[in-house]
Write a new protein. Structure first.
Ligand code: HEM
Ligand SMILES: N[C@@H](CC(=O)c1ccccc1NC=O)C(=O)O
Length: 278
C-alpha cells in the first residue's frame, strides 16, 4: 500500500496563523453565512444560491460594462471589445444556470413561495443598473428602490451618464458619420428613440467593414451581447411559466405577461433594423 500523498512535501503552505488564507482572501465567512432560508423547505437553499450567484455574476458584468464604456469613450476600442466579450460570456454562464433552477418543480416552489413575501427579482438593483448602463432606460423603474436612498442614488447617477449605446453612437459621430445633434444631446434619462440617421450610419459601417473595422467590430460586440441578454430574458420567462404558470408575481406585476412584454425590448434597435435593408 502506498502512503497518502502529502502536498506539504512539495512546499504547499499548511500553516496560516497570521497569514492570509483562501478563506480570508475570498471573504468566504461572509459569503457562506449569507444563506438565510425563511422556511424548512429543502428547495429554498437552491433558490437563494441561484439568486446570489446571479447577483455575483451581475456584479462582475457591471464592472466590465462600466470599464468598457470608459475605454470606448477614450478611444481605446480594443480593450473595450475584450471586456464586452467577457460580458457576453457572463450572460452565457447565467443562461446555463437556469438548468439548475429548472430542477425545481411547481410543487416544490409552492412549499416556500409565501415566505418570499413581496420580494422579487423586480427589485434587483444590479439588474436595473445593467439595463440602464447598456441603454434600456426607464426612470419609472426607479420606484421599487425608493426605500433605499443609497441604491436610488446609484441608479440616478447611472441615468445621468451616457449609456454604452450612447457612447457607441458617439463613436460613429467621431468617425465622421452624420448623427443629428438631437441624438447626441438627447435627454439621457429617456428611453433610446430609434433614429433613421443612426441606422444609416451603421449601415455605412456594414457596407464597408474594411474601412470601418473598429466600428464594425463594436457593432458585432453589441449585437452579440444583446443576443445573450435576450436568451436570458427568454430563459427567465420560460422558467417562470414552468414554475408559477400565469400567477401574479410577488413583485406585483402580472407575471409572465409582464416578462413577455420585456422580450420586445430592443437595446440597440438600429443594429437589428439594418440587417433587413443591408
Ligand atoms: C422560480 C424562479 C423564478 C420565478 C418564479 C420568477 C418570477 C418572476 C416574476 C413573476 C417577475 C415579474 C415581477 C414580479 O411581479 O414579481 C420576475 C422579475 C424578475 N426576476 Fe424573476 N423569477 C425567478 C427566478 C429569477 C432568477 C433566478 C433571477 C436572477 C437574478 C431573477 C431575476 C428577475 C429580475 C431581474 C426581474 C425583473 C425583470 C424586469 O423588470 O425586466 N428571477 N421574476
Ligand atoms: N417573483 C417571484 C418571486 C421571485 O422570483 C423572487 C423572490 C425573491 C427573491 C428573488 C426572486 N426571483 C426572481 O424574481 C414570484 O412571483 O414567485
Amino acid at each position: 500500500m502506498t502512503d497518502a500523498y502529502d502536498p506539504a512535501k512539495e512546499g504547499a503552505q499548511m500553516a496560516f496563523d497570521g497569514r492570509m488564507s483562501y478563506t480570508d482572501y475570498l471573504s468566504l465567512d461572509a459569503i457562506l453565512t449569507a444563506q438565510h432560508p425563511r422556511s424548512d423547505a429543502h428547495d429554498e437553499m437552491l433558490f437563494i444560491i441561484q439568486h446570489q450567484t446571479s447577483e455575483l455574476w451581475m456584479r462582475l458584468a457591471l464592472h466590465e460594462i462600466g470599464a468598457a464604456r470608459d475605454q470606448l469613450e477614450q478611444g481605446a476600442a480594443r480593450p473595450a471589445f475584450k471586456m464586452l466579450t467577457r460580458v457576453a460570456r457572463i450572460f452565457e454562464q447565467l443562461n446555463s444556470a437556469w438548468d439548475v433552477l429548472r430542477t425545481m418543480t411547481p410543487s416544490e416552489y409552492t412549499t416556500f413561495r409565501d415566505d418570499l413575501g413581496e420580494s422579487s427579482g423586480f427589485q434587483s438593483w444590479q439588474y436595473r443598473l445593467i439595463e440602464y448602463a447598456v441603454g434600456n432606460r426607464n426612470a419609472a423603474l426607479l420606484k421599487p428602490h425608493a426605500h433605499r436612498p443609497d441604491l436610488l442614488a446609484a441608479l440616478e447617477a447611472e441615468l445621468a451618464k451616457p449609456s454604452l449605446y450612447d457612447v457607441a453612437v458617439g463613436q460613429l459621430a467621431k468617425a465622421g458619420f452624420d448623427i443629428p445633434e438631437a441624438v447626441l444631446q438627447r435627454d439621457l434619462r429617456q428611453p433610446w428613440q430609434a433614429s433613421p440617421e443612426v441606422e444609416t450610419a451603421w449601415r455605412g459601417v456594414y457596407a464597408d467593414p474594411a474601412r470601418h473595422w473598429e466600428l464594425y467590430e463594436l457593432a458585432e460586440k453589441l449585437v452579440d451581447f444583446e443576443d445573450y441578454f435576450r436568451r436570458w430574458r427568454f430563459n427567465h420567462v420560460t422558467t417562470v411559466e414552468r414554475v408559477i404558470g400565469f400567477k401574479r408575481g410577488t413583485g406585483g406585476t402580472a407575471g409572465v405577461s409582464y416578462l413577455r412584454r420585456m422580450l420586445e425590448v430592443e437595446l440597440f434597435p438600429e443594429l437589428w433594423a439594418l440587417r433587413t435593408t443591408l
